[in-house]
Design a protein around this ligand. Structure first.
Ligand code: MN
Ligand code: MN
Ligand code: ZN
Length: 275
């Protein structure tokens, strides 16, 4: 949900669209700098939360942040920006902040993962005592991005000095494009068994619910409306009826038009699938 004209308006937009869970940015995602949150904006956000009690709020980091980068300048900016975003989530009492693990830019997966671990250790040390968790997102595997294999995320989680404030956000479009099939009951069960074996379901904290414009193993990140892409309806029906995920927030990242009409349609479709 958009934060145009104030973070508190994301809640209003979510409520008006009929969402039970929303994802929002805590600052402009395409810029490094952010003006501090205004006191009245923070108060308005907490007031908005009172009108939104039964619902779940999570945040997504800026797209510029890359903790896997080999460039020290970009790493420094990324760490500083990530700390600012966690501080904002803590102020707004947002429990989860979703992060793309990043791109190693040609240095290789091992180096990239080392860099992520080192930088997340730094971020967690500098925000010790905070409640907000960082959720590493499963990625499609475009370019040199890390996170298109469950093993990448597992390795990051295992190598952190303290992994109590890290979890995973499962993006259905990304994992599918990365090669994890969920189109039939059999493949769905196999993929989540794999997740359970490699990472563990206790680390699965949120879902991004998207269909995919491109086919399995294309490693392309192209979101599509639910049921209109290459994943298809069966997978989403399995997902919304899976009792293991009953209490896990799921948000849409499907293409948006004016006035959230598409969000309403995707929501209605997903809700109609509940048995
Ligand atoms: Mn994302
Ligand atoms: Mn996503
Ligand atoms: Zn995506």
């Amino acid at each position: 949900m958009s934060i145009a004209d104030g973070v508190h308006l994301a809640l209003k937009r979510g409520r008006e669209t009929g969402c039970n869970a929303i994802q929002m940015f805590v600052k402009n995602p395409n810029r490094w700098k952010a003006r501090p949150l205004k006191e009245d904006e923070i108060i308005a956000f907490h007031e908005g939360k009172n009108n939104y009690k039964e619902n779940f709020i999570m945040a997504h980091t800026s797209y510029l942040i890359n903790p896997a980068s080999p460039d020290p300048e970009q790493v420094k900016r990324s760490v500083d920006a990530l700390i600012i975003e966690i501080e904002r989530c803590e102020t707004l009492e947002i429990p989860y902040l979703v992060l793309h693990p990043g791109s190693h830019k040609g240095t290789g997966e091992e180096e990239g993962i080392k860099s992520i671990v080192r930088n997340l250790d730094l971020v967690f040390t500098q925000t010790s005592g905070f409640n907000t968790m960082i959720l590493l997102e499963t990625m499609a595997g475009q370019g040199n991005t890390i996170g298109h294999k469950f093993e990448h995320l597992k390795e990051i989680i295992n190598k952190l000095k303290d992994n109590s404030r890290v979890g995973v956000c499962y993006d259905t479009c990304h994992t599918f494009a990365a090669g994890y099939d969920i189109r039939t009951e059999e493949s769905y069960n196999a993929t989540f068994s794999r997740f359970e074996q490699v990472i563990g379901l206790e680390k699965l904290k949120a879902f991004h619910i998207n269909d995919s414009k491109t086919d399995i193993k294309t490693r392309k990140d192209r979101h599509e409306h639910i049921g209109k892409g290459k994943i298809g309806k069966t997978a989403f029906s399995l997902l919304v009826n899976d009792s293991r995920f009953n209490q896990i927030p799921m948000v849409l990242e499907t293409p948006k038009g004016q006035d959230y009409k598409e969000d309403r349609e995707n929501l209605a479709l997903l809700r109609s699938m509940r048995k």
